[in-house]
Write a protein of this length. Structure first.
Length: 211
């Protein structure tokens, strides 16, 4: 019932991840619309958004949805808002997030400066997931892959990225929390007033018919 009439190929799925068919402006508008209509308190929704935004500054690529949901659950925020909050991390913003987090982490750990940040992070992530998949296939008879690339990625990329992403992630989360909470509250009050007005209008019409 809810399936696509024409299934997308995997190439189309990848292309639409980097550039949605409706465009990024409409995609952002959809997320904004969904957040405003979530049935929860402004505090819980804003907290969920903050959780989602925070985890996008971590190097756990491929696990952001799960981490955002888990963090929101622990902090008693709205889980769906947390999933929508991970939209802060997207192909447009990830190069800036990676550069900020990784360079800050290198500076904090006293490991100098890295020029080709995004290239190094991207290469490390691809190599790590490739090694994991190769060793998973080894369970079915394929030749295993050495793990030294994963170890190198952990110390050279993952750890600096994780350390450096905490501060900007918290700042982004706090900003989004304090910005989104009053906006959501105002929207809910306005929507509640509109629904109440409509209810009174319908009630008045029924009363007129009864009279």
């Amino acid at each position: 019932m809810f399936k696509r009439r024409k299934q997308r190929t995997w190439l189309q799925s990848i292309a639409e991840f980097f550039y949605p068919k409706s465009g990024w402006k409409r995609a952002f508008g959809y997320v904004k619309h969904r957040i405003k209509r979530l049935p929860d308190t402004p505090h819980k929704i804003a907290l969920g958004i903050a959780c989602g935004a925070f985890v996008t500054f971590t190097p756990f690529f491929g696990l952001h949805f799960f981490l955002a949901a888990g963090l929101a659950f622990v902090l008693r925020g709205n889980v769906l808002a947390a999933l929508l909050g991970t939209f802060v991390g997207n192909p447009i913003t990830f190069p800036f997030i990676a550069a900020t987090s990784y360079r800050l982490g290198l500076w904090m750990l006293g490991e100098g400066h890295e020029g080709r940040v995004w290239h190094r992070v991207k290469h490390g992530v691809v190599e790590t997931w490739g090694t994991i998949l190769d060793n998973a296939k080894a369970l079915f008879g394929y030749p295993p892959s050495p793990w030294h690339g994963v170890t190198s990625f952990f110390y050279d990329v993952f750890w600096p990225y994780l350390v450096g992403g905490i501060a900007p992630g918290l700042i982004c989360a706090l900003v989004l929390y304090f910005v989104s909470k009053p906006m959501i509250s105002a929207y809910q009050h306005r929507r509640k007033g509109a629904l109440l007005k409509k209810f009174h209008e319908l009630r008045a019409k029924r009363q007129q018919k009864a009279d």
